[in-house]
Design a protein around this ligand. Structure first.
Ligand SMILES: [Zn+2]
Length: 133
C-alpha cells in the first residue's frame, strides 16, 4: 500500500511537470507570437473583405467585393482597416495619408480625413497631424 502511494505521488509530480510544460507551450501559441515577419512596404494595400478575404474595390463611396458581392460603406470599411493597421503597426501613427494609402483608395483623401475626425482626436495641424483615441 505504501509502495503504491509513493508511486502515485511520483506519477502526480510527473503529470504536473507535463501540465506545466503544456501550459508554457500554450503561451507560445498566442496568435501575436505566430504572426509571420512582415513590414509595411511589403504588405499589399487595400480593404480586405470580411466575407471572403478578397481585396475590395472602392467606387462611388462604397467598397465592393468582386469575390462574394459584399458592399460596405466607406466609413465601416475604413474603420475596420484602421483597426488592422493599428494592430499590425502599433508604432506607426494614424494619419490621413497613411490610412488613405493603407486602404488603397482612389481620388480625394478628404473622406478618410473626415472619418478619422469622426472617430479620433486630432493631434497637431497640417501634414504632421495624426489621430489618437
Ligand atoms: Zn468577399
Amino acid at each position: 500500500m505504501k509502495k503504491l502511494n509513493n508511486q502515485r505521488s511520483h506519477i502526480g509530480v510527473k503529470e504536473k511537470r507535463i501540465a506545466e510544460q503544456l501550459l508554457g507551450l500554450h503561451q507560445h501559441d498566442n496568435p501575436h507570437m505566430r504572426l509571420p515577419k512582415y513590414d509595411y512596404a511589403g504588405l499589399r494595400k487595400g480593404v480586405v473583405c470580411t466575407g471572403c478575404q478578397s481585396f475590395m474595390k472602392h467606387r462611388s463611396k462604397k467598397f465592393f467585393c468582386s469575390g462574394c458581392g459584399i458592399v460596405e460603406d466607406t466609413e465601416t470599411a475604413v474603420m475596420r482597416s484602421v483597426d488592422e493597421y493599428r494592430f499590425l503597426f502599433p508604432d506607426r501613427k494614424v494619419t490621413t495619408k497613411g490610412i488613405y494609402e493603407w486602404c488603397g483608395m482612389q481620388g480625394s483623401s478628404q473622406k478618410v480625413r473626415q472619418i478619422l475626425l469622426n472617430h479620433f482626436k486630432r493631434v497637431g495641424d497640417g501634414r504632421s497631424s495624426y489621430y489618437v483615441d
